[in-house]
Design a protein around this ligand. Structure first.
Ligand code: 5GP
Ligand code: MN
Length: 334
């Protein structure tokens, strides 16, 4: 982050302000962890922060401290729009293009307060007056830890802020396995553990808290998995009917895509999840090694993300989408 930006932000934050903090639509552990970590930090300095999520966050994140204060734009558009219009500063965390907030984009576009972006995705848009954007980081939460230190306020990070930050580092690094994980990541985590952050309880709350239905849905997903060994590729499909038959709730499909990479010799995988409400197929891509799924998602499925983890969507039917995907896979080297 530029020194002059840090200085400018220090002055902006010197007096209490109304501050809106926004994660991307369908927020994950990093989006919720970073926005709530920042929320608790700003509260300490007598600001009036509020986290406004574009839509509901999954239940498996509802234990994160402060999540009960989060406003959901989709559920209360009028009130949330008013809060946004009154905000003197807007933080956008864990995304870098306004379309990632869905319908809320229309409200954000009209705001005149300065935007601050903290994010680790590729190709940031230019809506923010202040940007801390760096794709080398494994999580926005790790960047938030640095950001607070850039402001010279590292001592403010306590167990609660640390718990939020730890959540995003853990979830976005695939439990410290993904390539963005560095020595610094572990040094930050060591610091957080010293502050009392519960590094055995948090993974249990996140990953060992499934419903029976979710595990049954996972079983179905694994049975649906197809492998294209000659192209080192696998993929999973889940139709709306299948999701309904397991009384699917938000968050149930989180992480299922990663199983596709756990087969020997598979370096590229995808999951196609039908959403009949929005009439789209939501897609997640994962790769291991050099194949750039961010580029693949951008080029073919109206999406983006990172080199080894990206997402996109298709407005074709499930069968047509799979046909398109298989056709593309045969034409590329993985
Ligand atoms: P996931 O597959 O876990 O939903 O997302 C993986 C990564 O890709 C995340 O960093 C996420 O922000 C990004 N991503 C997921 N869906 C989309 C999308 O539709 N558009 C863009 N630009 N990025 C996405
Ligand atoms: Mn992230």
């Amino acid at each position: 982050m530029k020194i002059q930006d840090i200085q400018a932000l220090k002055s902006l934050l010197a007096a209490p302000k109304k501050i809106a903090i926004i994660p991307h639509r369908s927020p994950d552990g990093d989006a919720m962890g970073s926005t709530l970590g920042l929320y608790h930090f700003l509260k300490k300095y007598n600001h009036e922060p509020i986290v406004i999520a574009p839509n509901e966050f999954p239940d498996f994140l509802s234990w994160i401290p402060g999540s009960e204060t989060v406003k959901i734009f989709e559920k209360d558009k009028e009130n949330c729009s008013k809060i946004l219009e009154e905000a003197e500063l807007i933080f956008t965390l864990d995304f870098n293009a306004l379309h990632r907030v869905g319908e809320m984009e229309k409200v954000l576009e009209k705001l005149t307060a300065p935007f601050i972006m903290i994010d680790h995705h590729q190709k940031p848009d230019s809506y923010a007056a202040y940007m801390y954007s760096d794709t080398s980081f494994g999580s926005t939460c790790e960047m938030l830890y640095n950001f607070i230190n850039f402001l010279g306020e590292g001592q403010a990070i306590d167990k609660i802020i640390g718990t939020c930050i730890y959540t995003g580092i853990l979830t976005d690094s695939g439990s410290f396995k993904f390539p963005g994980t560095t020595g610094n990541t572990h040094r930050i985590v060591a610091d957080l553990i010293d502050l009392g952050v519960e590094n055995t309880l948090i993974p249990a709350l996140l990953f060992e808290n499934s419903s029976y239905n979710r595990l049954q849905l996972l079983g179905r997903a694994l049975q649906n998995m197809k492998v294209i060994p000659e192209h080192h590729t696998s993929y999973i499909t889940l139709t709306q009917e299948e999701l309904n038959s397991f009384q699917h709730v938000k968050g149930d499909t989180e992480g299922i895509v990663n199983y596709g990479l756990s087969i020997k010799g598979i370096h590229f995988t995808a999951i196609f999840i039908e959403n009949k409400d929005e009439n789209i197929i939501k897609i997640s891509f994962r790769s291991q090694g050099g194949f750039d799924v961010n580029q693949f998602a951008r080029d073919h499925f109206n999406g983006g993300g990172h080199r080894n983890a990206a997402g996109g969507k298709s407005e074709l039917s499930m069968a047509e989408t799979i046909h398109k995907f298989e056709d593309l896979v045969t034409k590329i080297t993985i």
